[in-house]
Design a protein around this ligand. Structure first.
Ligand code: PGA
Length: 250
């Protein structure tokens, strides 16, 4: 059986002290917990300090972005190696806010995924359709294209280090959640895509998270769906009690 993986995407929230406080409370709340995997993804400036707090706990560290070159004249960017050096095990790539606000295209996302994997970082690869695309019955077409371009040239072995997060753009930060049936339908589509394009084993082992207004009161029902293996949580991960209650609802 696949384990569940709950990740908190802090986005551009929490300065250093706030980060340390939040992760300390989460750690305390998970003192006797070892059931599922928990990941926190703070800002770059808090990674190292958060990493010090989560030592000897079940919590893993993730970053929210990286650049695909090893090093060089890329002002303001951060490399996979830098993330590894402060304790990151994961990195989020292709989040819809990066795709829309920062105009990241699938080809760039593919380069970033390859770079992360080559530096032994695991990837949370985000995909999802906009409301307009859903209303025009383009959901599966969009998901198919994001998968085929984002995972281009990757092997089944490399897929072992990738989590896919299905995040319908219309549900992110809006309070609108996909119904468990809507989410399950797309998650199944993603797993079938992986089965067809990689291997049966890749499909069976693949962790597919749902993201988009996951809250304590809707988490259990979403996470009970057969193809929903976890959650990528935004707003509700910024308070320890709501994040802990999502984790423990599984
Ligand atoms: P949300 O964000 O939970 O605030 O909708 C989820 C995400 O963007 O990963």
């Amino acid at each position: 059986m696949r384990k569940k993986v709950i990740a908190g995407n802090w986005k551009m929230n929490n300065d250093l002290n706030e980060s340390i406080n939040l992760v300390s409370q989460i750690k305390l709340g998970l003192a006797d917990y070892n059931k599922n995997e928990v990941i926190v993804c703070p800002s770059f400036t808090s990674l190292e300090s958060v990493n010090a707090v989560i030592k000897n706990s079940v919590i893993k560290l993730g970053a929210q972005n990286l650049y695909y070159e090893d090093s060089g004249a890329y002002t303001g960017e951060i490399s996979a190696k830098m993330l590894k050096s402060v304790g990151c095990e994961y990195v989020i790539i292709g989040h819809s806010e990066r795709r829309t606000i920062f105009q990241e295209k699938d080809e760039l996302i593919n380069l970033k995924i390859k770079q992360a994997l080559s530096e032994k970082l695991k990837v949370i690869f985000c995909i999802g359709e906009t409301l307009e695309e859903r209303e025009n019955d383009k959901t599966f077409k969009v998901i198919n294209s994001q998968l085929s371009l984002g995972l281009k040239d990757l092997s089944a072995i490399e897929l072992n280090d990738i989590i896919i997060a299905y995040e319908p753009v219309w549900a992110i930060g809006t309070g609108k959640t996909a119904t468990p049936q809507q989410a399950q339908e797309v998650h199944k589509y993603i797993r079938d895509y992986i089965r067809e394009n990689f291997t049966d084993e890749s499909a069976e082992n693949l962790i597919i998270q749902y993201g988009g207004s996951v809250k304590p009161d809707n988490a259990a029902e979403l996470l009970n769906q057969p193809d929903i293996d976890g959650a990528l949580v935004g707003g509700a991960c910024l308070k320890s009690d709501s994040f802990l209650s999502i984790i423990k609802s599984v």
